[in-house]
Each structure stands twice: as structure tokens, then as C-alpha cells.
Design a protein around this ligand. Structure first.
Ligand code: ADP
Length: 161
């Protein structure tokens, strides 16, 4: 049986930190689905369709990765796809508490599906989509933080600010 993992997130927009986690997950699992979720507590800069398009472009070099979206519970989606695993990235200690809460809840909802955490590469420890948006808004250079296609998309979003 081939293994399938889901990398869920908001990806608003995808950064090199996300890509690092996706690339490493793709080395361990046969198939990886990067799933864009609507996070009700965040007001997104990019629409789900835009986020998907950016992810498709940013992951096109990884053969076993596909991109999708879902509007609902992650565990319902994982069950529907027959996934064995959820993969999340961990940065600073601040991520830990939040991830622990979500993972315990997810295990209650579906205990067959295991959640795996990949520690961030040190150079991306302090990289988040919010930070990228914050600096891009002031037209600072984000070339070291996001793929070129995202850099271009950010430039367009903030072109009249
Ligand atoms: P969410 O709204 O679900 O937290 P994000 O798009 O912020 O979605 O993050 C998606 C996943 O990518 C999460 O597991 C998050 O911890 C991880 N992630 C985000 N930025 C980084 C980074 N710089 N290094 C490693 N993992 C990261």
C-alpha cells in the first residue's frame, strides 16, 4: 500500500519554510497532498484559488506532491482521502502549544491517522506568512523568504499601497 500524507495549512502565501516541510515530507511519503484550509480566525490576503495557484507553481518540481483545498474539518478530509498521516511544521516553542491542542483534538476525531511534526530548518525558524506580508507591504525585499512567483504576487497585491 502506498503512503499518503496531508500537509494542511493556510499558506497565505506559501513561503520557503512551508516548502522545506513539503519537500521533506515528500521524501518520506509516497504521495503528499498540500491542502489549503480556510482558517476562520485569519483574514487572508490571497483567495484560496490564488493560494492554490501559487502552491502549484512553487511545488511543480516535486513529482509526488499535489495541491488541493478543503472547506471543513481536516480529519474528515484526511479520512475521505484515505491518508495515513498529517504532517505539520514546528518552529519555535510558541508553535508547540497550539499544535498540541489541535493534534489531541484530531486524534479524538480519528485516531487511526497519525500526526507527524517536522522541525523547521534553522534558517526558517522565524519565517511566517504574516511576517512576509508585513514586510512586503512596505515594499521590502522578500526574495530570500518566498519563491519568485509569490514575490511577484505580493508586489501586485501591494502595488498601490
Ligand atoms: P496554519 O494557519 O494552519 O497554521 P500556516 O500556513 O501558517 O497554516 O502553516 C502551515 C504549516 O506550515 C504549519 O504546520 C506550520 O507550522 C508550518 N510552517 C509555517 N511556516 C514554517 C516555517 N518557517 N518552518 C517550518 N514550518 C512552517
Amino acid at each position: 500500500m502506498s503512503s499518503l500524507a496531508i500537509c494542511p495549512g493556510s499558506f497565505d502565501p506559501v513561503t520557503f519554510g512551508h516548502l522545506d516541510i513539503i519537500e521533506r515530507a515528500a521524501k518520506v511519503f509516497d504521495q503528499v497532498i498540500v491542502a489549503v484550509f480556510h482558517n476562520v480566525s485569519k483574514s487572508p490576503l490571497f483567495t484560496v484559488e490564488e493560494r492554490i495557484a501559487l502552491l502549484v507553481e512553487a511545488t511543480k518540481h516535486i513529482e509526488n506532491v499535489t495541491v488541493d483545498s478543503h472547506d471543513g474539518l481536516l480529519m474528515d478530509y484526511a479520512r475521505e482521502k484515505n491518508a495515513q498521516a498529517i504532517v505539520r511544521g514546528l518552529r519555535a516553542v510558541s508553535d508547540f502549544e497550539y499544535e498540541l491542542q489541535i493534534t489531541s483534538m484530531n486524534r479524538k476525531l480519528h485516531e487511526e491517522i497519525e500526526t507527524f511534526f517536522i522541525m523547521t530548518n534553522n534558517k526558517y525558524s522565524f519565517l511566517s506568512s504574516s511576517m512576509v506580508k508585513e514586510v512586503a507591504k512596505y515594499h521590502a525585499n522578500v526574495a530570500d523568504l518566498v519563491p519568485e512567483v509569490v514575490e511577484q504576487a505580493l508586489r501586485e497585491k501591494y502595488s498601490d499601497s
